[in-house]
Ligand binder design. Structure first.
Ligand code: MN
Length: 245
């Protein structure tokens, strides 16, 4: 007997599906008409010492680690509705790595070989919920993995910009600078991030990796205009708007 689920399983014929397929999340590619289809969104936690210190939690000698956001948390149009269940929505400006080829258990020497390009992203965070989850030993999902929590700018292909791993990273709100650091301060650099992650998961084309944020994180409210910048990449402009009704 065929169950409903089996009947709906992908057969290669998309007209055989029981419910509509959600549109694939994509990002623009600088200099190309084609878009970058996003598969998974990985994030690095605690990758800058001064941010670990400002958060005042955990042991600063602990290594960075990974968490994920849902693919459709990616925001490509620069508009972030203030999310429910928080009174402390915060920005975290980050360099984003876009993966263009499969890779597993990669050495640091081979890690850059699967990079398609780089972008500027924001790891938006319900800081109040993240702190509560941390204190209770619960997963970070409520604090990190909500709708619209991953604004990301266009991807700059490596063929255009080369690899990005040094230079300034900054974030301003309403023209006032709040985060100012350099990528050299990452505890795990780009090849190390990819190598570590590829030992936990098989990386595949379309994966993006938010690489962690420096010190200077803080709250935003509807009406705020954010500009996140990484040297060598186009800045990311994001506007916080009232909650979606
Ligand atoms: Mn982050």
């Amino acid at each position: 007997m065929t169950s409903t689920i089996e009947a709906a399983a992908p057969t290669g014929a998309l007209n055989d599906l029981a419910i509509p397929v959600v549109e694939t999340t994509t990002l623009a590619i600088v200099g190309r008409d084609a878009r970058f289809p996003v598969r998974r969104v990985y994030c690095v936690g605690r990758n800058y010492l001064e941010h670990i210190r400002e958060m005042k939690e955990g042991d600063e000698r602990d290594p960075p680690f990974f968490f994920q956001k849902p693919t459709d948390a990616i925001v490509a149009d620069g508009t972030v509705p203030y999310p429910p269940l928080t009174d402390d929505l915060q920005y975290e400006a980050e360099l984003v790595i876009a993966i263009g080829a499969a890779g597993q258990a990669l050495s640091r020497d081979r890690a850059l070989g699967i990079v398609f390009g780089y972008a500027v992203g924001l790891d938006m965070t319900r800081r109040d919920r993240q702190r509560e989850c941390g204190k209770k030993g619960l997963p970070w999902e409520l604090g990190k993995s909500f709708d619209h929590s991953a604004p990301c700018g266009p991807i700059h292909p490596v063929s255009m910009t080369g690899h990005i791993g040094s230079g300034a990273l900054s974030l301003s709100v309403g023209g006032v600078m709040h985060q100012q650091s350099v990528l050299e301060k990452m505890i795990w650099n780009v090849p190390e991030i990819i190598s570590h992650l590829s030992h936990q998961y098989r990386l595949a084309p379309g994966d993006v990796i938010f690489t962690g944020t420096p010190a200077g994180v803080g709250p935003v409210v509807p009406g705020d205009e954010l500009v996140a910048s990484v040297a060598g990449l186009a800045p990311l402009h994001v506007r916080i708007v009232p909650p979606a009704s």
